[in-house]
Write a protein that binds this ligand. Structure first.
Ligand code: ADP
Ligand code: AMP
Length: 214
């Protein structure tokens, strides 16, 4: 089961990807988490990615495509995976399709989590993220048991640098310009499914499970 999560930044892709991966026992591959881990470890990739991420821009395709194409070939991906935050441009989607076609595979589901721009700024300013395990919370909608501490691994939570309102506005512009065209791309491939991301987290998940099947 090869699944792609589509949607604006803050639509809830990561939140739902976590739940899908737990239910179907497949890996959650978040390119944003991969970049943030590289930034934390001060790698060369992290330094390059940070300069784009801080401005709300996409990291160039050549820094992300090979990384994902290699990752999905790993043994733990044999049963499938959820790609969260990739692809974000048409060339990325084409590169993924080409790599999959080479081994007779394809994307099975592209799930678009729909949330209007008006709701996004609020979602992002309340988002708290764990840089150690990638878990995501919201101070009002999805709070942790202990304020500021990750329920899953006990690490401290952060407000992401790129979740500041000015950067979020830029990220939304970039989303509409470069990522939204993927909705048509996957519609044409016959694998696109839409869910209403404004609903409560469990309701959104229920809609996704209906799409994926038990
Ligand atoms: P994305 O991965 O699309 O950027 P996240 O999954 O990180 O988005 O969600 C963005 C913020 O919104 C987080 O703080 C998350 O806890 C919160 N969130 C996710 N889904 C919902 C929901 N259905 N209702 C309310 N808040 C949500
Ligand atoms: P995310 O955690 O998915 O919101 O990603 C955070 C940031 O990482 C984005 O705003 C981009 O700067 C960068 N990024 C993540 N995934 C990609 C990708 N597939 N292509 C380009 N940039 C990406």
């Amino acid at each position: 089961m090869k699944i792609i999560m589509l949607g604006a930044p803050g639509a809830g892709k990561g939140t739902q990807a976590d739940k899908i991966c737990a239910k179907y026992d497949i890996p959650h591959i978040s390119t944003g988490d991969i970049f943030r881990a590289n930034i934390k470890n001060n790698t060369e990739l992290g330094q390059k990615a940070k300069s784009y991420m801080d401005k709300g821009l996409l990291v160039p395709d050549e820094l992300v495509v090979d990384l994902v194409v290699d990752r999905v070939k790993a043994d733990d991906c044999a049963k499938g995976y959820v790609l969260d935050g990739f692809p974000r441009t048409i060339p990325q989607a084409e590169a993924l399709d080409k790599a999959l076609e080479a081994s007779g595979e394809k994307v099975d589901f592209a799930i678009n989590v729909e949330v209007p721009d008006e709701n996004i700024i609020n979602r992002m300013s309340g988002r708290r993220a764990c840089v150690t395990c990638g878990a995501t919370y919201h101070i009002v909608h999805i709070p942790t048991k202990v304020e500021g501490i990750c329920d899953k691994c006990g690490s401290e939570l952060i407000l992401r640098d790129d979740d500041k309102p000015e950067t979020v506005k830029k990220r939304l512009d970039v989303y509409h310009e470069q990522t939204q065209p993927l909705i048509d791309y996957y519609t044409e491939k016959g694998v696109l499914h839409e869910v209403d991301g404004t609903k409560d987290m469990e309701e959104v998940f229920g809609a996704i499970v209906n799409i994926l099947g038990a």
